[in-house]
Design a protein around this ligand. Structure first.
Ligand code: PMP
Ligand code: GLU
Length: 399
């Protein structure tokens, strides 16, 4: 079988569960079924016109060639100004690398920093790709779990206890995918105190949902004492600017890490697309409040969904403060049957939702929490209301 020629590294990697479920929903939809897809974490807004116009102008101006591997100087300067304006961080362009999405920034960092057996603590529930990127890069993912009872947020004591001599890297996202939790300023500072004490320990702070917060603003861990030399701040255009298909992300890190990531990227993909980078300059220079209309919509949907989820007996949720996800605990359903099927676990739970309610969501298993499932609410109120009605009806048949 040709499968046997695949590398062990590849065979050890699972397919991205978020992308897989999105594909399944698309396939069912193509057969004529009205599928409501709450699977993919993708803004339902279009990219704002002023950003599209900037890309069109860049094309007309001839930005169609290779760019420097770490990104156009003009964009890296705009990123530095943005980090100063929004995040209280001082960086120079040499400490910035622009990539094909935040995903690539994370992959570059892991490939640049990890040796076989290096331990990487991943705050759990985690975004699906962290785990597999770490493994592919040779690291050993160590899942550090914080449940619903602690708002899905790891405490400094927990972190302290999980650190070993082999821990090299910590990865977390705040606002979090998949839980929507947002670490407060004091919580981030407390984590920083633990991390800053250790030499040879680094942290990937994934802030890609930074503009989507409903209460407090996002806090960057790199701003706290002793943290700038240890932090790789990840961000990008996908979520805050509704630019998922443009494939533009960036990182800010100590120069030696930025240079190492540039080296990796230079061999794998080169600089990100030229006219997109020009449009990103325009986007980052605009006041972040220009995108507030998206945040307001997410906030409204979150409120609506919280109410609808609370009405479904057996579902337990937190009250997310950011991003556009719910990550309900559904353990109460395990063992229930409708007389034909039994729900044994979260994977079967989401299969049943797709088959019987025609609602696509993602099992918590691939986010490191087998008692939960993820809903992305980046869709209209009408579709959310319809989806919850369908889910409630189907689950009501399972006793
Ligand atoms: N980090 C998190 C937490 C995400 O949810 C995503 C999903 N897109 C990414 C990184 C990757 O984003 P990008 O589209 O910029 O690759
Ligand atoms: N980050 C999004 C999600 O979690 C997009 C899909 C992906 O890149 O995995 O659904």
């Amino acid at each position: 079988m040709s499968q046997s020629y695949l590398s062990q590294k590849l065979l050890n990697m699972s397919e991205s569960a978020t992308l897989l479920m999105a594909q399944k929903a698309r396939e069912l939809g193509n057969t004529g079924v009205d599928v409501i897809s709450l699977s993919l974490g993708e803004p339902d807004f279009d990219t704002p016109d002023y950003i599209k116009e900037a890309a069109k102008k860049a094309l007309d101006d001839g930005f169609t060639k290779y760019t420097p591997v770490p990104g156009l100087m003009e964009l890296r300067q705009a990123i530095c100004a943005k980090l100063k304006r929004d995040n209280n961080l001082n960086y120079t362009p040499k400490e910035i690398v622009v990539s094909n999405g935040a995903k690539q920034c994370i992959a570059n960092t892991c490939l640049a920093l990890l040796d076989e057996g290096d331990e990487v603590i991943i705050f759990t529930p985690y975004w699906v790709s962290y785990f597999h990127i770490v493994k592919f890069a040779g690291g050993k993912p160590i899942s550090l779990y914080a449940g619903l009872d602690q708002e899905y947020k790891v405490s400094p004591e927990q972190l302290e206890e999980a650190l070993t001599d082999k821990t090299k890297l910590i990865i977390f996202s705040s606002p979090s995918n998949p839980t929507g939790s947002v670490y407060s300023k004091s919580e981030i500072e407390a984590l920083a105190k633990v991390i800053s004490k250790r030499s040879g320990l680094f942290v990937i702070a994934d802030e890609i949902y930074e503009y989507i917060t409903f209460e407090d603003k996002n806090t960057s861990i790199a701003q706290f004492e002793g943290m700038k030399d240890k932090t790789i701040t990840i961000n990008g255009m996908s979520k805050g600017f509704a630019m998922t298909g443009w494939r533009l992300g960036y990182m800010a890190a100590p120069q030696w890490i930025a240079s190492a990531c540039t080296k990796v990227q230079g061999q794998f993909t080169s600089g990100a697309n030229a006219f997109g980078q020009k449009a990103a300059v325009t986007a980052l220079k605009a006041p972040p409040s220009d995108q507030d209309y998206m945040k307001e919509k997410y906030k409204e949907r979150k409120k609506l969904l919280k109410k609808l989820l609370d009405e479904i007996d057996g579902i337990k949720t937190n009250n997310p403060e950011g991003a556009f996800y719910f990550f309900p605990n559904i353990a109460a359903f395990f063992g229930r049957t409708n007389g034909k099927r039994i729900i044994h676990n979260a994977d079967e739970f989401v299969d049943i939702l797709l088959d019987e309610a025609h609602v696509a969501a993602v099992s918590g298993t691939s986010f490191g929490d087998p008692n939960s499932f993820r809903i992305s609410y980046a869709t209209s109120n009408e579709r959310l209301i319809e989806a919850m009605a369908r889910i409630k009806k189907v689950l009501g048949e399972y006793k």
